[in-house]
Design a protein around this ligand. Structure first.
Ligand SMILES: Cc1ncc(COP(=O)(O)O)c(C=O)c1O
Length: 467
């Protein structure tokens, strides 16, 4: 821990040192077993006498926070206090009511289990480590030393523009691309540019909770609009919605593909109501059945659709890279707003990603990953169907890395979590994706993170979870 001394602090140097180290121990920044820096080093760094430091250490020893080791050195001892709130610091800062109402989606994204069916995971065994490493090492050796373009480096914007044109038929030039830290971040920048506090935005119900919470964090009133077997029910969108957020290629979480008629209806609606459409195309690169329908962005003649993509599925959520295709007229404002928030994407990661796309590694990875995920998707569907349970309805799935199952037997979320940990199993709750009204109970079954050979056993555990 960093130690600081304030000569104007009337408590004296020893007490200041003692207080800071004690705080670090009680709030967990120093853990049991951690070694305190030698008294000689601390004294030199802080410009105080060694006896000042020794006195602070002696008091901590006497009070049982640390102990001297026979070989020399002073270490933190296990005690009941680490992690406890710093009782000596008043809670002067409180979040606003708006911020305090924001809910996390999934409590523990780092949770691990042998049978991992949580949505939002990709297979680490498929990650193209060797190619990624080569691209990253090269990017490191050319690390730039200045701030970059808030919309992303010219090289990466060009790579993404070419990529999205080739892979999804979304015609985009580099001057229309905003590179972000994932799809959610792209929507954050767009919300800052397009929405005012108090504006209404429409999202799908059920839907993707992080986007709802993000819009709420900007003071936007978010309305949930039902989804039927053709996609969002356009007639149910409130007429004052300034922005409509949809997942047309693969509705999250139900998996519905928005029909062409519905796409045209939505575009016409947006034209009449002068509203923006955010098309989140988060996982359609993995497609298992019918040919994909044209993205809304391609059908849009009016410049109302902003296309949002991500590498969270095509590569990994850990690379935290996504993008938006935004009409060029908005880009000066988008750049200024983005710069105000975090200036722009990290340069080294951007250079690595650009090389990764340009040299064909992303396309090669997708060819391999598609094959593996298709086999896993088919096996999962077969295993679920074979259960032949009347209380399970397996929804159709044509794309992505999850399938959705309706099941009235799904226990409430807290009980679900308890049973999961007993069964060494992780799976998503459908109920959590309903944010505006009564939830349909069920499971969002991700297959990105599980080994293919474990799928049948994982499905057996799903049965145990429900029974
Ligand atoms: C609907 C939807 N959009 C976007 C994402 C990915 O977001 P990000 O790019 O921020 O990781 C996900 C991830 O599961 C998703 O379900």
């Amino acid at each position: 821990v960093e130690l600081f001394l304030d000569p104007r602090d009337g408590r004296g140097m020893t007490v200041q040192l003692y207080d800071q180290i004690r705080n670090a121990i009680t709030n967990g920044r120093l853990a049991p077993g951690d070694r305190l820096a030698p008294t000689r080093t601390v004294a030199r760094e802080l410009g105080v006498s060694r006896s000042t430091v020794t006195s602070a250490y002696s008091r901590l020893t006497a009070e049982g926070f640390v102990e001297g080791r026979s070989g020399g050195g002073t270490v933190v001892v296990p005690g009941p206090t680490p992690g406890a709130p710093r009782s000596e610091v008043r809670l002067s800062l409180v979040p606003t009511e708006r911020a305090a109402r924001i809910r996390r989606y999934g409590e523990d994204p780092e949770a691990q289990a042998t049978f991992d069916l949580s949505p939002g995971r990709t297979d680490p065994r498929l990650f193209p480590t060797a190619a990624w490493r080569r691209c990253t090492v090269r990017a490191l050796s050319a690390a730039p030393a200045q701030y970059g373009d808030p919309a992303g480096s010219a090289a990466l914007r060009l790579s993404v523009a070419r990529w999205v044109t080739r892979s999804r038929g979304v015609t985009a030039g580099p001057d229309e691309v905003l590179v972000t830290s994932g799809a959610g971040h792209a929507i954050d920048v767009l919300a800052r540019v397009l929405l005012r506090p108090g504006d209404v935005a429409a999202v799908e119900e059920p839907g993707y909770p992080p986007v709802t919470e993000l819009l709420r964090s900007h003071g936007v009133t978010v309305v949930g609009v039902p989804v039927d077997d053709q996609g969002i029910v356009v007639d149910a969108i409130p007429s004052d919605a300034r922005l409509v957020y949809v997942t047309p290629s693969h509705q999250y979480p139900l998996g519905t593909v928005m029909s062409r008629d519905r796409r045209l209806q939505l575009l016409a609606w947006a034209g009449r109501h002068e509203s923006a459409i955010v098309e989140d195309d988060y996982d359609s690169e993995f497609r298992y059945t019918a040919r994909p329908l044209e993205p809304l962005h391609r059908l849009d003649r009016d410049g109302r659709v902003i296309y949002v993509g991500t590498f969270s599925k095509t590569l990994s959520p850990a690379v935290r890279t996504g993008f938006a295709v935004v009409c060029a007229a908005l880009m000066p404002t988008v750049r200024a707003v983005r710069q105000a928030v975090d200036w722009g994407p990290p340069a080294v990661a951007s250079a690595a990603m650009a090389a990764f796309i340009d040299e064909g590694h992303l396309a090669a990875h997708l060819r391999r990953a598609r094959k593996a995920y298709r086999a896993r998707h088919d096996l999962l569907r077969r295993s679920l169907r074979r259960l032949d349970r009347s209380d399970l309805t397996l929804l159709p799935s044509q794309a992505g890395l999850h399938v959705t199952v309706l099941s009235p037997a799904t226990p409430p979320d807290r009980e679900l979590a308890r049973r999961m940990s007993r069964l060494d199993l992780l799976v998503g709750s459908l109920g959590l994706t309903y944010q505006f009204g009564p939830a349909t109970p069920g499971l969002v079954v991700g297959f990105g993170g599980i080994r293919t050979e474990r799928v049948p056993a994982a499905v057996a555990r799903l049965v145990a979870l429900l029974d």
